[in-house]
Design a protein. Structure first.
Length: 418
């Protein structure tokens, strides 16, 4: 399972049993009442696998599909993209995943150039069924590839949305395959629902193992065997006025998209008005080691003391690259690394950076994935989801709404009214 390490006792010393028990009761009630559905996704999403297997048997055209194109933004794409980024280096995918996530016209044009109508399955994902970025891109793709209402075209489309949404009604009108999201799961917590499971399955990933990993960590947590997450949540809440930022420092390029997923999850869930009418929230920032050691580290060490730092590393890269045993004139001082692996080097840099930060009395902790595989990806996803829920419970905010985002959507609509 995931490995946790706290550099010094920053988090353990802040443990407040009463605060932790209250937050634990809240998240346990969220799970048992069924009000918040992401807790059950590791089990209920298994039914999707059987549905997808039947879908494949019934649609021979899928044998010619080489690319699964995901049209979605935020919670409708970030999670699946994060898992794909973590795993695509180590196994041959059955199909390539492409993501349309933003309005940027140059990127939309470039990504469409990588698609071929005859070899692509286009999946439009919008929980509400009316996300302006998603639907606008969907229209553009339908027009660009001349995808009409004929069966030969409509079979190349799929939608994932809420039951009864405008997008669902559109799909039913044109006989487009659709899957639904649980109504009690918000977008940023939906990666283990159809939103993530379907594209990842079609790409060829072991989604059984992904769900197994999430279920395993969830079980550990609710059996009271993961004190680290409770200590961390407690520290972040109790010190929220001093440490207003949490930096997720990932030490593998494959984890960069996971950091983006974390930023949305954390910011959209916790940046709220609390029960006392006060503005609450901790600012999430994603960083990449070792590149950002040469930039942001200076601010961490000698800038304002308002940050906590979480390091995310991979213990075994499995396909490591060794540094050649070469001596270059005048730069012999680097020879101490000759023959060693890049994985060993980057993890040593992580440990050295973590130690330097902790020695400056800055709270740090580290999460290590034993390997990059589906099982540990699933565990990592639900770890951060539960951590977010715990901090939300302690902060007395509604972790699962997003009124600020909805306000922006309304203003956008007003700007384009005649």
């Amino acid at each position: 399972m995931l490995k946790f390490k706290e550099n010094r006792s920053f988090y353990a010393d802040a443990y407040d049993e009463g605060l932790v028990e209250r937050a634990y009761r809240i998240v346990k009630n969220e799970k048992e009442s069924g009000d918040i559905g992401y807790y059950t996704l590791p089990s209920v999403s298994r039914a999707l696998i059987g549905q997808l297997q039947a879908y494949e048997k019934e649609n021979a055209f899928l044998e010619n599909i080489e690319t699964v194109v995901v049209i979605g933004i935020g919670g409708s794409s970030l999670g699946a993209k994060a898992v794909d980024s973590m795993l695509k280096h180590k196994k041959k995918r059955r199909r390539k995943l492409l993501f349309f996530e933003n309005f940027d016209p140059l990127t939309v044009i470039e990504t469409m150039g990588q698609c071929h109508k005859e070899h692509s399955l286009f999946i439009c994902i919008s929980k509400s069924g009316g996300t302006i970025e998603t639907i606008s891109t969907f229209k553009t793709i339908l027009n660009h590839f001349a995808i009409g209402s004929e069966r030969e075209d409509s079979k190349r489309l799929m939608v994932i949305t809420d039951k009864g949404s405008p997008l669902s009604r559109f799909a039913q009108k044109y006989n487009i395959k659709e899957f639904h999201l649980p109504m009690n799961v918000v977008g940023r917590f939906s990666v283990l629902s159809a939103v993530g499971i379907i594209p990842l399955y079609l790409a060829g990933y072991d989604v059984h193992a992904l769900l197994d990993g999430a279920e395993a960590y969830k079980t550990i947590f609710f059996e009271g065997k993961s004190k680290e997450i409770l200590q961390k949540a407690c520290f972040m809440f109790k010190n929220r006025d001093r440490y207003t930022m949490n930096l997720l420092f990932v030490y593998a390029n494959a984890l960069e998209d996971f950091a983006k997923w974390y930023v949305q999850l954390w910011a959209e869930s916790l940046g709220k008005i609390d029960a006392k009418g006060e503005k609450a929230g901790l600012t999430p920032i994603g960083l990449t080691g070792s590149a950002d050691q040469h930039s942001f580290l200076q601010l961490i060490l000698e800038g304002p003391e308002n940050k906590t730092v979480t390091f995310l590393t991979v213990e075994d890269f499995e396909n490591d690259l060794s540094i050649p045993p070469m001596t270059l004139p005048y730069i012999e001082e680097t020879d101490f690394m000759n023959g060693r692996g890049f994985g060993e080097l980057i993890n040593a840099q992580c440990d050295a950076t973590m130690e330097s930060i902790a020695n400056n009395n800055i709270p740090t902790d580290k999460i290590t994935l034993p390997k990059l595989n589906e099982k540990y990806c699933g565990a990592l996803i639900i770890y951060f989801e539960i951590l977010t829920s715990l901090v939300g419970a302690m902060s007395e905010v509604n972790t699962y709404d997003q009124p600020g985002v909805e306000l922006g959507k309304m203003i956008l609509k007003e700007k384009f009214k005649d």
